[in-house]
Design a protein around this ligand. Structure first.
Ligand code: 13P
Length: 279
């Protein structure tokens, strides 16, 4: 079922668990994530970055693929198709092309401009029943959000708010200081029932993720970890020479171990986030 992320995240916030956003890159990724969500009876968010959207031939192609799979694979759990770190123009296009959720990443604009642009995105999204994620504090740079600015953005009527608390995308460096729970607590106090989003889910220790969820995080984004799992499983298959045995070069065989590795990663994360059985 393709739905907005609103209801699933409000339920997660109230129930003190989180829904995983897993970024997709192609058919194998999408199929692996949808099948795992269905098997575990978990709600799920498919994240699409602007780059991945272009790679997959545009948002309309992605929407077609996801809707087709939901129907053919009998996926009955709630699925949101979400634009990840969308530009203003990207968010408008994704909404036009059938995405059920968009992130407008206005964190690099001065706060006034971020507010104005976010308002306009919300106006259009509300008409179409689409959920909107906004961001304060640049996540990629490990910057920390300002709780008062978070409150201001939350009050505009966004569905969910990503707030930088020392998290970064990709693999964390050895000397990473960890998540800033003090700031997270302040943001939670100011924003109340607003579902909070934790980007950069790859490599955050399980205990930190659990603590973040108890402090109001209801959506955790994971991308790099699925890519690493896919690459490692594919490398193993080739290094073992399996692509040279029989019809092992058939892409359906060649990509199968990587696809299974994505499924295992998604399962592990859904169990950690507590979304299993919550569809
Ligand atoms: P990772 O690649 O670090 O898991 O981050 C994913 C993310 O936050 C997507 O927005």
């Amino acid at each position: 079922m393709l739905v907005s992320a609103k209801e699933m995240l409000q339920k997660a916030k109230a129930g003190k668990y989180a829904v995983g956003q897993f970024n997709i890159n192609n058919l194998e990724w999408t199929k692996a994530i949808l099948l795992t969500a269905q098997e575990l009876n978990s709600p799920v968010i498919l994240g699409v970055s602007e780059g991945a959207g272009k790679y997959m031939c545009g948002y309309n192609t992605v929407t077609g693929m996801v809707k087709g799979m939901i129907e053919t694979l009998n996926i009955t759990v709630p699925v949101a198709l979400h634009l990840d770190h969308g530009s203003y123009e990207g968010a408008l296009k994704a909404m036009e092309d059938g995405f059920s959720s968009v992130m407008f990443d206005g964190s690099h604009y001065p706060i006034e401009e971020n507010v104005e642009k976010t308002k306009e995105i919300i106006r259009i999204a509300t008409e179409k029943g689409i959920s909107v994620e906004a961001e304060d504090g640049v996540v990629g740079g490990g910057e920390v959000a300002d709780p008062d600015e978070c409150k201001r953005i939350a009050d505009l009527g966004v569905t969910m708010l990503a707030a930088g608390i020392g998290n970064i995308h990709g693999v964390y460096p050895e000397n990473w200081q960890g998540l800033n729970f003090e700031v997270l607590e302040k943001i939670q106090e100011k924003t109340g029932t607003m579902p909070l989003v934790l980007h950069g889910g790859t490599g955050i220790p399980a205990e930190m993720v659990k603590k973040a969820i108890t402090l109001g995080v209801s959506k955790v984004n994971v991308n790099t970890e699925c890519q690493l799992a896919f690459a490692a499983a594919t490398r193993k298959y080739i290094e073992e020479g399996k692509d040279q045995q029989g019809k092992g070069f058939d892409p359906r065989k060649l990509l199968a171990p990587g696809t299974e590795a994505i499924k295992a990663t998604v399962k592990e994360k859904m169990e950690l986030f507590g979304s299993v059985g919550k569809a």
